[in-house]
Write a protein that binds this ligand. Sequence first.
Ligand SMILES: Cc1ncc(COP(=O)(O)O)c(C=O)c1O
Length: 378
Amino acid sequence: MIKDKIWLSSPHMGGTERNYVTEAFDTNWVAPLGPNVTGFEKDLEVYQRENTHVAALSSGTAAIHLALIQAGVGPGDEVICQSFTFCGTTNPVQYLGATPILVDSEYDTWNMCPNALKEAVEDRIAKGKKPKAILAVHLYGMPYKIDEIHAFAKAKQIPVIEDSAEALGSTYKGRKCGTFGDYGILSFNGNKIITTSGGGAMVCHSKAVKEKTIFLATQARDNAPHYQHSEVGYNYRLSNISAGIGRGQMEVLDKHIDLRRKMNHFYQDIFEHIDGVTVQKEKANHIFSNHWLSAILVDPAKTGGITRENLRLALEADHIESRPLWKPMHLQPLCKDFPYYGSNVCETLFENGLCLPSGSNLTDQDRNRIKKSILKVF
Ligand SMILES: Cc1ncc(COP(=O)(O)O)c(C=O)c1O
């Protein structure tokens, strides 16, 4: 008998999502905007605190695109990007005809290395072009070194776009990720800690930026009774149906973070006694990760030759999904010609790292299957 597949991270509904969606149908707010959109934005503003303003959008990628536009990025410009990320971070830089300048990670958080960032920015300035923005990422929900990176960005007067697509609910010194940058980005894609089926948001610090974001996301319509346009716009707004799912999901967000963090401890317990395998965890008290995905590093020199790929294939044979850590963008054919600063930290992470099933909806039975499958390999 084929067992049910255990997924890396699948949608987990709390139950009330359906009520918001039904209400949208009952009141005929099926058309793009409506009370769920404004309600979801309000929920996010209350959750993020720090007097944030939130604009709900069709994806995290769209949010990054609109942040880059507002940071003034255009053709021929350069944008510093963490190389160790998903393509949704860097693609919008290319949409604008700008060049991603890719920067390595450090081992504490696996995110942008402050030293490599400094080297990159200073070298680009020396070569005659000051980067227009810095795109830093809280990968897998782990906060990056915010103090170091933002202090440097401030000194150089370069805006920071904080890609918090994977880090809703993570905190740094008690403050929510997504609220530190000039622009913060969230994703509600199907595999994220909460989902709207597909969606994203821009988190900003002024009503003016929120309004400009909404203007750009609704085809940049000028104020006129007819359709009047003076600049290029996009169709990037979240629908009232999707936002209804988001409102229900906000009610269970903190509970789901707790469950994801328990998955991380589950793996820490398993691997505590296995030489050569380490589970990614917070390295400082002021960091709190939502542990969107739990990830491990496998050192074949210490595991008797067992690699992350051996483990991945063994899990796959047992119908358990896992995935290598994200392949750094500077190793992608799409980005191979872009400048890269740093050494081989994110390459090493990619070669030896594996993301394990991390969903908040996994059961004790699922955990038993995962544990058995892992212990068979080691
Ligand atoms: C780090 C990161 N940035 C950006 C994105 C793009 O978000 P979306 O899929 O909502 O466009 C994602 C996820 O999908 C992501 O993981």
